[in-house]
Design a protein around this ligand. Structure first.
Ligand SMILES: CC/C=C\CCC/C=C/C(=O)SCCNC(=O)CCNC(=O)[C@H](O)C(C)(C)COP(=O)(O)OP(=O)(O)OC[C@H]1O[C@@H](n2cnc3c(N)ncnc32)[C@H](O)[C@@H]1OP(=O)(O)O
Length: 300
């Protein structure tokens, strides 16, 4: 899938070929490789390749909470595009390097107090990441090792399979209404596709964040395992998926997912304009302010 990112110079600069990880991560041998295979990535995305298996583990590390800022989204896109275009890889495992947090979702500071042009650029990058993950030709498995609200949940839902760590704190769901905002139609579509219409209707309106047992029951994740088994389980599941011939699996995935993706592809600009109009409203900015203050006060 050819994707073009209409970004400003700052973010375009990040789209240079395959930045190497600075500092300690640079050239660190990939876990379990033992043969000099090197990790690569960018400041916020660490990629551990296992070429023999055809698998790469992509670790998100945008501390403290892996919020999906514009820069982070851009780095994720670069990593995904690189892996997609490298015939070595047939599957990726997306996981977090931030303890207890998979991703806190979209970065509220990219939507609060920003001008319309920035909000538009940000939303375009959010769309781009979703399309890239959702329509990836690779097998994409989410090894969800932390809480995963809103945009973090969308990222998880866009994987082909989700393994969640069994920790009651690791809730997952589209909780936008709790912030006084709404999940866009394509977030909603993916949830409906995953858990069904009625369950999605309740979950979306009430902003449910499902703890692991409920998440499994409703089907928002495929498997719940002890925390120390998340990565190994994701690996075993990957092996099952990779046993299927790529062309057959890819065409089938496309058949199933294309209609959902097309709904956004047919109206991307209108969706951006709608987002900008919505998020710029005084009442929505006030809601975001209140929510951000709550997050601050929680710290005491
Ligand atoms: C038409 C369509 C219109 C709109 C569509 C918009 C769709 C939006 C989708 C989204 O994803 S909105 C984001 C939803 N996310 C959340 O609700 C999660 C909020 N965060 C939390 O609940 C908690 O931070 C936590 C993830 C449970 C982690 O808790 P912890 O106690 O470990 O950390 P703390 O709360 O102290 O946070 C540390 C630090 O990070 C800031 N933070 C947290 N989340 C975000 C975020 N999503 N964006 C930006 N910043 C975030 C938090 O304020 C703290 O900052 P500080 O250190 O400066 O105080």
């Amino acid at each position: 899938m050819a994707l073009t990112v209409g970004l400003r110079p700052l973010t375009r600069a990040l789209l240079r070929p395959w930045a190497r990880v600075p500092g300690a991560a640079l050239g660190r041998p990939a876990a379990g490789s033992g043969d000099g295979v090197r990790c690569f990535g960018s400041p916020r995305v660490l990629v551990e390749p296992d070429p023999a298996a055809g698998v790469a583990v992509m670790k998100m590390r945008n501390p403290p909470v892996n919020s999906l800022s514009l820069e982070f989204l851009t780095e994720l896109l670069i990593s995904l595009e690189k892996l997609e275009n490298d015939k070595t890889f047939r599957g990726i495992i997306i996981t977090s390097d931030c303890p207890g947090i998979f991703s806190a979702g979209l970065d509220l500071l990219e939507m609060y107090g920003r001008d319309p042009a920035h909000c538009a650029e940000y939303w375009k990058a959010v769309q781009e990441l979703w399309l890239r993950v959702y329509l990836s030709n690779l097998v994409v498995i989410g090894a969800i090792n932390g809480i995963s609200p809103a945009g973090g949940c969308l990222l998880s839902l866009s994987c082909d399979y989700r393994v969640l760590a069994n920790n009651p704190k690791y809730a997952i769901g589209l909780n936008e209404t709790l912030l006084g905002i709404i999940a866009p139609f394509w977030f909603k579509d993916v949830l409906v596709n995953t858990i069904g219409h009625r369950a999605a209707e309740r979950a979306l309106q009430l902003g449910f964040l499902f703890p692991p047992s409920d998440a499994l029951q409703v089907g928002i994740v495929d498997q719940v395992v002890p925390e120390d088994q998340v990565q190994s389980t994701a690996r075993s599941v990957m092996a099952q998926w990779l046993a299927i011939p790529d062309h057959a699996r890819q065409l089938t995935k496309n058949l199933v997912r294309k209609p959902t993706a097309d709904r956004l592809l047919q109206q991307r600009d209108a969706d951006i304009q709608n987002f900008v109009r919505f998020i710029s409203r005084d009442s929505i900015q006030k809601s975001l302010h209140v929510y951000l203050e709550k997050l601050k006060q929680k710290k005491g």
